[in-house]
Design a protein around this ligand. Structure first.
Ligand code: HPA
Length: 265
């Protein structure tokens, strides 16, 4: 699958800075999960603002840098900060990390996010492996030639198996994508529950679909940072999302490391 020339230029820029030509795994870090970058050994840290043609991360809790280094025997590229549609970026920009990961020929891409729990069985702090996507407003275009249902559920099953083998409890479910930026109303969440959404968030779906399109194996994990609107009486705020992510960061890191170090089947 051909990538835009701008991506090849960014790849060249990074290899000139010392990045290897090929990288084993890439990780997109969701809100509050940027601390995973500290797990990367011998890091080459490149602020997004230094990379020609790279968008900037404007959201609090996203530091906005690329971290390239090692986890055990694997080379890893982490995006600490992603690009959301609600920041004013078109879908072509929101999927740029996926295209860059593809330019480095990664064997796997791990996409993470903070999400609100719609499913009443979910608790704050749960990790949900995404096995399907729901996009009620239908802004996302799925590649017709790919069986995304099969792809997503097979990849989710692999993550579940790795989590089980590490003794990490996970949920599995459908990620309901909204463009944001505002949190939902309780009536929307009520409707989303009937539609079959388990968690709601403002990222990941475009990235997961782009990964399918370019042929990069991708898995996605939501950290449930809050109960979605109307599930409790609490008003939602960004601080709550950060607190939940902080409390769970070690387990999240263990799972991501487990996925990275697992031999490709
Ligand atoms: N809604 C949408 N996006 C989110 C939420 C939420 O409740 N929590 C974290 N990201």
């Amino acid at each position: 699958m051909s990538l835009p020339e701008a991506i090849h230029n960014i790849h060249s820029f990074l290899t000139e800075k010392g990045a290897p030509n090929y990288i084993d795994a890439a990780v997109i870090l969701g809100s509050g999960l940027g601390g995973f970058g500290d797990e990367i050994q011998n890091p080459l840290i490149v602020p997004y603002s230094d990379i020609p043609g790279f968008p900037q991360s404007t959201v609090e809790g996203h530091s906005g840098s690329l971290i390239i280094g090692n986890i055990d025997q694997k080379t890893v590229l982490a995006f600490s900060g992603r690009f959301h549609f609600y920041e004013g970026y078109g879908f072509d920009k929101t999927v740029l990390p996926v295209q860059l990961a593809n330019a480095f020929n990664v064997e796997k891409l791990i996409i993470s996010n903070a999400a609100g729990g719609i499913n009443l069985d979910f608790k704050v702090g749960d990790l949900m492996v995404i096995d399907s996507i729901l996009s009620p407003t239908k802004e996302l275009e799925f590649p017709e030639s790919i069986d995304v249902n099969k792809l997503f559920s097979e990849n989710a099953a692999t993550v579940k198996e790795i989590a089980d083998s590490l003794g990490i409890r996970t949920q599995k479910g459908s990620y309901l994508y909204v463009t944001g930026p505002n949190y939902e109303t309780k009536a929307e969440i009520h409707a989303f529950r009937f539609l079959g959404g388990d968690a709601v968030g403002m990222s990941t779906a475009p990235e997961l679909i782009e990964a399918a399109r370019v042929g990069t194996k991708a898995v996605a994990i939501s950290l449930i940072t809050n109960a979605a609107a109307g599930v409790t009486d609490q008003k939602l705020d960004h601080a709550e999302v950060k607190d939940a992510a902080d409390a769970k960061k070690d387990v999240f890191a263990e799972l991501v490391k487990g996925i990275i170090s697992r031999q490709q089947s």
